[in-house]
Design a protein around this ligand. Structure first.
Ligand SMILES: NC(=O)c1ccc[n+]([C@@H]2O[C@H](COP(=O)([O-])OP(=O)(O)OC[C@H]3O[C@@H](n4cnc5c(N)ncnc54)[C@H](OP(=O)(O)O)[C@@H]3O)[C@@H](O)[C@H]2O)c1
Length: 302
């Protein structure tokens, strides 16, 4: 398959390329990477907000599948720049879906667990759960989902959660694991929220499941894809330091004390009902994926 990837400078895009081209690792029965032709386009190659350029790129490359990883994901900046958030996370997605329809390419769009957070339930959320975003970023990503649904039927909307990967998130100035390790090694005191529960997810595992999903052909729709299990961000940090053998000055804090401009989801654990209905394996538990990441980035020996 010819697979065009937007936002190709990002951490998920990096692992998608490794997996789809056949040089990523494998972590389960459903993995299905390898031997695809990828067309990775970084922002300088293709700004997804330039709808004429998007149209031209798809007419030129004629991909079978487009994977959109581009996003405005600095969550706090989205609060004071809602127009920019909607331009990248919603309007550009609509234009991309229309261009995919024009060349008959399937669209894989990466959404987020931040479409949740305002719901009262503290139970894992399946794809049928009603979204309830709590911040501009989440609303803009949810708008992007809806605009795809009313534009082009051949789509996979994938909601992951808490991503970290070896390329690091450019949008967030590095990923959470890198930041924790760097701060702890510098001896800095580290306060991490203990009242937001989610599922940290390794981009390599997500990339492998996306690769598998697109080879299923016609099972279009909405998919929750994260590593298995859940924890608070404080518990995640504690596990990073335990696995890495780093003594850290770590304390739990609250969202109220942290006082970030954007309200994050207190609970956004996603249940992969749609993948299970296809007979797919769950992704491995998040601590196993974290250990693999720490080995791969040489924080700990194999
Ligand atoms: N990171 C998380 O924790 C997380 C959690 C759930 C869902 N997601 C979703 O997962 C996807 C991938 O995230 P990631 O962690 O891989 O993020 P990332 O590393 O920050 O990658 C995002 C990429 O999008 C690019 N981009 C931004 N605006 C663009 C534009 N107008 N045109 C083209 N490219 C543009 C960025 O380029 P620049 O570097 O030049 O800005 C960056 O390379 C996103 O859709 C995000 O919403 C992320």
């Amino acid at each position: 398959m010819r697979i065009l990837i937007t936002g190709a400078g990002g951490q998920l895009a990096y692992d998608l390329q490794r997996v789809l081209e056949g040089h990523g690792g494998h972590s389960g029965r459903d993995d299905s990477g390898g031997s695809h032709e990828t067309i990775p386009l970084v922002r300088a190659d293709l700004d997804v907000c330039d709808s004429a350029a998007v149209w031209r790129a798809l007419e030129t490359h004629r991909p079978d599948v487009v994977i959109n990883t581009a996003a405005f994901l600095r969550v706090d900046d989205c609060e004071c720049q809602p127009e920019a958030a909607f331009r990248v996370n919603a309007l550009a997605v609509r234009a991309l879906a229309a261009a995919c329809r024009h060349v008959d390419a399937a669209l894989v769009h990466v959404s987020t667990d931040y479409v949740f957070g305002g719901q009262p339930e503290r139970e894992p959320l399946g794809e049928s759960a009603t979204p309830a975003p709590t911040c501009v970023y989440g609303v803009s990503k949810l708008a992007g989902e809806h605009l795809i649904r009313c534009t082009w039927s051949k789509h996979y909307i994938v909601r992951p959660c808490g991503l970290y990967g070896i390329a690091g998130s450019s949008g967030k100035g590095g990923n959470f694991v890198q930041t924790m390790v760097r701060k702890a090694r510098a001896g800095e005191p580290i306060a991490v929220v203990d009242d937001q529960t989610c599922t940290p997810t390794y981009t390599l595992d997500l990339a492998q499941k996306i690769a598998w999903l697109i080879t299923t052909g016609a099972c279009y729709g909405l998919y929750h894809i994260t590593n298995a299990g859940w924890c608070t961000w404080y518990e995640f940090a504690r596990t990073i330091f335990a696995l890495a053998g780093i003594r850290a000055r770590l304390t739990p804090t609250t969202s109220t004390a942290f006082n970030a401009p954007a309200r994050r989801p207190a609970y956004s654990v996603l249940r992969p009902d749609a993948l299970r209905a296809l007979g797919a394996d769950d992704l491995r538990p998040w601590p196993d994926a974290l250990r693999a990441y720490l080995v791969e980035t040489a924080v700990i020996p194999e």
